[in-house]
Design a protein around this ligand. Structure first.
Ligand code: HAS
Length: 548
């Protein structure tokens, strides 16, 4: 497929990615406002009139950025990655069209209560905070739509395998489809939570809810959710970025192994979000802590393989010395630079993640503003800045128009980078040293301490830089779509070749059944007895609260 082929697939991808971009722009608008509020500068009434409270803004920020931007972008990106690298159209295009319709209807339904302040429950929607039923129905449809998109990809892969017996699945198709499989298993938890507890409760059919059971089902989904965001970024780092750097994928075998390990270990780890929950016995927390440290392994493998691939590219471009090669990477290409900067920030976010996973350190930072520090280095930097970098080739690929001002796109990446450094550094320090709480309108809190102020100002400066970055992002996107000249020749998806022929990759790294069986066994061990215990001791008594 060239930049001009597969019209239906390209249209589907364009819709998904267009919606994702709008969600990112609206959602990100609230981020700097939150940091300004913490530093004592409440700008909501000027820049977000109509928003009832800090908490409604925070809910919109997190739902739009963490759930909507990511899910729509990932489905759109996967549509292109699968069809481009399998070199065939979708097997049943109507399945993926239906998926898009379900996701859009879900988004619109959820938007109503969100905007009317009837679902100010933050993105984790922990009960006993209670939202309007439309919010739960809307989110369910978005998730179901993403499942249906997944089915469309599986049918397509199945057809391709029949047409190409014995051929290794191209890496990008393999990696992005694996992510959809992982997502389907991951979202069983939140599906059970919403359909079995929250929706009947919000309709008044259940008198009360069991908050511990609901949280446990939520985190069944909640942690693998972060790998659902991360794996497409990794797919780009492994399967595209080396090409953009003039190199090759260092090891197809290692890359695939890392993805299988993610499928296995990203799922049974949710309890590391519940170390402080009294209703979960310590043995289960210990098991999930061990598995959490295991899931860091494929990320460490990724750091090795990706950096090796980039180094090969830089050396092919004349790079020399132990670190001198880094200067020969294509830093002037905004698509490349954004992704490499994302990678650097992610390395620090990952180290923070390993810190969080350690039970005793977690007790210090849990529910403090350290956690938003961590999540902004991971999902808001490692993932989002990578997706933005992908957009800088993807928009010209989809629209047939040149990127509007590569210089502004480059400035966007660097401002995002520096803004996130200032913001995350101060949030980490505030959480660690002072135990400053997260998810709190700190500017209005009577206990806001003078010694917090310098860090809050640092975070607000980071927020201001990020605000500039957001404006640059809007200019480049709108300029490319509406005001740019046509490209001279279609922009191809950058697909990196592997150093060794992928046919030499062991066949067991291209077989699904044994891995899926391992996943089922691991999930039954990690969650089966605990869920049995929680359900049989269930206390469905808590009424709902509308806090803000
Ligand atoms: Fe996390 C909380 C543990 C990764 C996101 N995490 C969160 C929350 C979010 C989030 C959103 O154990 C908050 C949820 C909430 O609202 O309550 N996290 C981990 C661990 C990892 C990890 C062990 N997190 C992520 C990723 C995320 C994400 C990825 C989003 C995409 N996290 C936790 C824990 C909590 C938590 C606890 C609960 C905290 C609490 O108490 O509430 C690991 O997977 C991280 C492994 C990663 C690495 C980094 C590898 C480095 C690479 C880059 C190499 C590049 C280089 C640069 C070196 C070990 C791959 C090259 C440069 C050149 C120039 C070439």
């Amino acid at each position: 497929m060239t930049g001009e082929g597969f019209a239906h697939e390209r249209k589907l991808a364009a819709w998904n990615i267009g919606i994702a971009i709008v969600a990112l722009i609206i959602g990100s608008w609230f981020g700097p406002l939150q940091l300004f509020e913490h530093a004592g500068l409440d700008l909501y009434k000027y820049l977000a009139p109509g928003i009832a409270s800090y908490y409604q803004g925070l809910t919109l920020h997190a739902v739009l950025n963490a759930l909507i931007w990511t899910t729509f972008f990932i489905v759109g990106f996967t549509t292109l990655a699968v069809t481009y690298t399998l070199k065939r159209p979708l097997r049943y295009p109507w399945v993926n069209t239906l998926a898009l319709i379900l996701m859009v209807v879900g988004l619109l339904l959820a938007a109503v209560p969100l905007l009317l302040n009837m679902a100010t429950v933050l993105y984790t929607f922990y009960p006993p905070m209670k939202a309007d039923p439309l919010f739960y129905i809307g989110l369910t449809l978005v998730v179901v739509g993403s499942w249906v998109a997944g089915y469309g990809f599986y049918f397509t892969l199945h057809a391709w395998r029949k047409e190409n017996p014995g051929v290794r699945t191209p890496f990008l198709a393999f990696a992005t489809i694996l992510n959809m499989v992982m997502w389907q298993i991951a979202t069983l938890g939140v599906a059970a939570e919403i359909l079995g507890l929250l929706l009947p409760w919000s309709f008044g059919l259940l008198k009360g809810v069991d908050t511990e059971l609901a949280r446990t089902l939520f985190w069944w989904t909640g942690h693998p959710l972060v790998y659902f965001w991360l794996l497409p970024a990794y797919a780009s780092w492994y399967g595209m970025l080396p090409k953009q750097a003039g190199g090759k994928l260092f090891s197809d075998t290692l890359a695939r192994l890392a993805f299988w390990l993610f499928l296995l270990f990203s799922l049974p780890v949710g309890l590391h979000h519940q170390y402080v929950d009294p209703g979960v016995p310590p043995g289960w927390k210990y098991l999930h802590a061990v598995l959490t440290l295991t899931v860091a392994l494929p990320s460490l493998m990724t750091a090795f393989t990706v950096v090796a691939s980039l180094e090969m590219g830089a050396r092919a471009r004349g790079g020399k010395g132990l670190f001198g090669w880094i200067l020969k990477l294509p830093w002037k290409d905004p698509s490349y630079a954004a992704q490499n900067l994302a990678m650097i920030l992610f390395a620090f976010g990952g180290i923070g993640g390993i810190t969080n996973a350690s039970y005793n350190v977690n007790l210090v930072i849990h529910n403090t503003i350290w956690v938003p520090g961590h999540l902004h280095l991971t999902v808001a930097s490692g993932v989002t800045l990578t997706f933005i970098g992908i957009l800088w080739w993807l928009l010209p690929h989809l629209t047939g128009k040149k990127l509007f001002s590569p210089k502004l796109a480059l400035a966007q990446a660097w401002t995002w980078f520096f803004g996130m450094i200032l913001m995350s550094n101060s949030l980490h320090l505030l959480g660690l040293h002072f135990g400053v709480p997260r998810r709190t309108a700190l500017g209005a809190a009577p206990y806001n301490m003078p010694e917090w102020r310098p860090f809050q100002i640092e975070a607000a400066i980071g927020g201001a830089i990020l605000f500039v970055s957001l404006i640059l992002f809007i200019i480049v996107v709108v300029g490319t779509v509406f005001a740019s000249k046509p490209v001279e020749k279609p922009v191809e998806m950058p697909v990196a070749e592997a150093l060794e022929d992928p046919q030499l990759t062991p066949a067991w790294l291209d077989r699904w059944r044994p891995w899926l069986a391992f996943v089922a066994i691991l999930m039954i061990i990690a969650y089966g007895p605990l869920l049995y215990q929680l359900i049989s001791a269930g206390q469905f008594v808590s009424p709902g609260f509308k806090v803000w």
